[in-house]
Design a protein around this ligand. Structure first.
Ligand code: NAP
Length: 304
């Protein structure tokens, strides 16, 4: 199927990461021009791009998503080269692997994660929408598309990662708001959210090396496997393409193998006799919150 993305210009934030690279390759394979954003790994990203057959349709830009002026400058570079931007995948993000209950969570970690995942997403979207406002809609009537990468943590929560879950859950409100704002700039513009669960990237390998974590994470997933970065990229293609999603806006697409939620207690942590006694008193967990298994995470990389 021709997704009619050839010649479209797409900005992908966090393109130096596992999911970002897969998104970049997927759009490039469809003939799109790809503006690839990175922060610390910009040089490595440029090296990777130089080895791709589509390198002449790619541009690497650098910005800290927590610095709106840097993002605006990066978007200016894209406009200088291609004169417009048709789509943006807001993908850059951070996830700190160690689960820490809120009562012990360092303030700095909360600020960094929220500033990167939520404020960074807002600044990225603003830079994109400002560019769209400057150029106007496509003359051929094709609508602009903005896709955010959230997480199942924003849908189910994530014990030990309140700052991450909050930053990703907030993207739902961002999407529901911006779908009503983008049409003031481009009447056919659309805004959607992809929510990955566990996704195998280089950064997830450490956590996924733990068999108990894997079993627990997969236990509410009918498909009993984790996503590849390509699975997430495919979802973004579908949402950006007007062939497949022309009338889809303000939607949340979970890509998590049918995940139902989180396993909170394993069998030996539930006292069936006490429950049948209906005392109403909650059984003691017998474990500290920080001992909760890492497998509750929907996400999986250092940035999940
Ligand atoms: N992997 C999973 O299991 C999973 C699950 C659910 C959701 N997600 C979400 O998917 C997205 C991509 O994750 P991933 O697995 O590909 O992670 P990753 O490999 O760690 O990549 C993270 C990307 O975000 C960029 N980034 C981080 N902080 C930044 C900052 N302050 N300014 C600019 N860029 C910044 C990184 O750029 P540099 O390295 O160049 O600095 C990198 O390109 C994230 O939003 C993540 O929350 C992932």
């Amino acid at each position: 199927m021709d997704l009619e993305l050839s010649g479209r210009t797409v900005l992908i934030t966090g393109a130096s990461g596992g999911i970002g690279r897969a998104i970049a390759a997927a759009f490039a394979a469809e003939g799109a021009r790809v503006a690839l954003h990175a922060r610390r790994q910009a040089a490595a990203l440029a090296d990777w791009v130089a080895r791709q057959t589509w390198r002449d349709r790619a541009l690497v830009v650098q910005a800290d998503v927590r610095a709106p002026a840097e993002l605006d400058a990066a978007v200016d570079e894209v406009l200088e080269r291609w004169h417009r931007l048709d789509a943006c995948i807001v993908n850059a993000g951070v996830w700190v692997a160690e689960p820490v209950a809120l009562v012990r969570l360092p303030e700095e970690r909360v600020r960094t994660v929220v500033e990167t995942n939520l404020l960074g997403a807002i600044w990225s979207a603003r830079a994109f929408l400002r560019a769209l406002a400057r150029t106007g809609p496509r003359p051929d009537g094709g609508g602009a598309a903005l896709v955010f990468i959230g997480s199942t943590a924003g849908r189910f929560g994530e014990r030990g990662h309140v700052e991450y879950a909050a930053s990703k859950a907030a993207l739902r409100g961002v999407v529901l708001t911006l779908k009503n704002e983008i049409v003031e700039i481009d009447p056919r513009g659309r805004v959607n959210l992809v929510e990955p669960g566990w996704t195998v990237t280089e950064m997830t390998q450490g956590v996924l090396g733990d068999e108990a974590v894997v079993k627990r994470a997969a236990s509410t997933m009918p498909l009993r496997r984790f996503a590849s970065a390509h699975d997430i990229a495919a979802a973004t293609l579908v949402l950006v393409s007007e062939v497949t999603a022309r009338h889809v806006s303000g939607e949340f697409l979970t890509v998590a193998g049918g995940m139902e939620g989180r396993i909170l207690w394993v069998a030996d942590e539930i006292d069936a006799a006490a429950l049948r006694g209906a005392s109403g008193a909650p059984p003691a967990s017998g474990r500290a919150p920080d001992e909760e298994r890492a497998a509750d995470h929907g996400p999986g990389s250092s940035c999940a």
